[in-house]
Design a protein around this ligand. Sequence first.
Ligand SMILES: [Zn+2]
Ligand SMILES: [Zn+2]
Length: 649
Amino acid sequence: MDSIHITLKDGAVLDVPRGSTAADIARKISPRLAGAALVARVGNGAGPELIDLSRPLDHDAKLEILTEKDPEALQVFRHSAAHLLAAAVLELFPDVKLGVGPPTETGFFYEFLRDQPFTPEDLEAIEKRMHDIASRNVPNERKLLSKPEALEFYRKSNQIFKCELVEEKATEPMVSFYTTGKFIDFCRGPHIPSTGKIQAFKLMSVAGAYWKGAEGNPQMQRIYGACFFTKPELDDYLHKLEEAKRRDHRKLGPELDLFSIEEEAGSGLIFWHAKGGLIRKIVEDWLRDELLKRGYDLVFTPHIMRLDLWKTSGHTDFYKDSMFGPIEVEKADYQLKPMNCPGHILIYKSRLRSYRELPVRLAELGTVYRYERSGVLHGLLRVRGFTQDDAHIFCMPKQIEAEVEACVDFAFAVMKNFGFDKYEIELSEWDATHAENYAGKPEDWQRAAAALADTLNRLKVPYKRMMGEAAFYGPKIDIKLIDAIGRPWQLTTVQFDFNLPARFGLEYVGEDGSRHQPLMVHRALLGSVERFFGILIEHYAGAFPAWLAPVQASVLPISEKFMDYAKQVTQKLKDAGFRVHLDDRNEKLQAKIRDAQMQKIPYMLVVGGKEAEAGAVAVRHRVKGDLGAKPLADFLAALRAEVDSRATS
Ligand SMILES: [Zn+2]
Ligand SMILES: [Zn+2]
């Protein structure tokens, strides 16, 4: 019999009849694998390709059977879920026109043209129908039609968008289709064998989108679904989504009176209210103290500088789209600064530097303005005006290693101080095969990249190398912190720059008495104060630890009668340096407790007759509840200890 050789992932070679399918081979290996198989990867010649388990194999090939363990199989699984959605919609709404239905990061969508909007009730009915079709375990079958047949088929069923797609995308004489029961879709595939395994999904939302994303085209309705291999994974995802909603800084900002964005003043511009302002002060004070301890100089530079400076720096070439337009003053153009670098460079350049004063580390909480399109603005995270905790280090080549290590150490200190213990690190390097695309000398790149990698190795922190991901002007380290619900946030960046020192003609007088160009490093730890504040709000869900909370304790007199004692308690806390609020409203105690709780104030101190007599307070914690009466002095000592230790709960 005519046979072919199939090489498996472990190197084993199977002799099977020509025309065998991946499903046949899976069955041959083990019934368990056959049951778990979703799709196959064949590696013939031009690189691996995913195929249906039912595709006959005609040649010798490398073959891998993919199961739930493979992330690529998840994409196929989700794409099959999109087909399941379309099949259900067509059964319930036979007149819809079909668009496209790809997998997404967390599930899938399919888009439809329909006069009436899909309602939440419709989504419920569709989801139910999807479960029906899934439980019938309908096969997903691949069929080939000639291009004219395909067009005829879609013309007859009046599927105008599908006709358009076949016209555009079908380059071979035969076109592949997939059927799920009565639903037939022009699709390259592959798909999982049948609908039965698609159980862990949920339809999430409907959103409008122009056909092919082009304004002026008909508006499709995209039905989005979440989809995972298993129910626990889906539940976990839905739970995280709920959590993210509960923690959303755009919701908590106004609720806790932390910040606002006033459309009257413009989009993407942040107003820090009193409580947000207090937190900012705490963050900035800590940072400035640390900067001074770590050998930085604090500087301030103007918000507006001559446009020519931005020509010298090159920003008017490669950064123009992110800059506000120039402002004319006495026939000269001025520019609102999008970055702090040129300002610090001018300070460096203001006099001749000797090797003896290097490294020069200039730090600034520098406010910058960038033009972001209104569509991408997002609370505190994407804004048009923000304050970077920026610094620029000018040093000699032999100082690089120590400087990079100090930056990474500082970044870890930031994370530890603000209560983050998980992070991811990426090292972006150049593509050495295209040295012509980069500024700077190859030996600088090698030395800088080695310094970055050596530092990370020495600190024994895991990191990912991103080859070819560096900006044209230098390699960098990015640190992302992972928040309380597992989301990564870009925070710290330590970035070499081989471009600006040359453009601005920076120099220092070396030990040898001659002039040299210093190396320059840009680094920001928090990134921006606004963004970091947004991350803090979401990480703590607005319940800031006592050391960071804008109000650490609220004094709640049970009635007017005890106001004098309540004032004394409040004053004692103030004198001890705590941030305290006296709730002197003529309200019931229950209402005062509820409001303090809503404001997520760590401690509520209830005072009445008994407490006044004993010089005590009845302590209530926002999470732990009633902690009983304590002498005021004891409470003060306990709070002092909690704040000084920067405890996070
Ligand atoms: Zn498809
Ligand atoms: Zn910079």
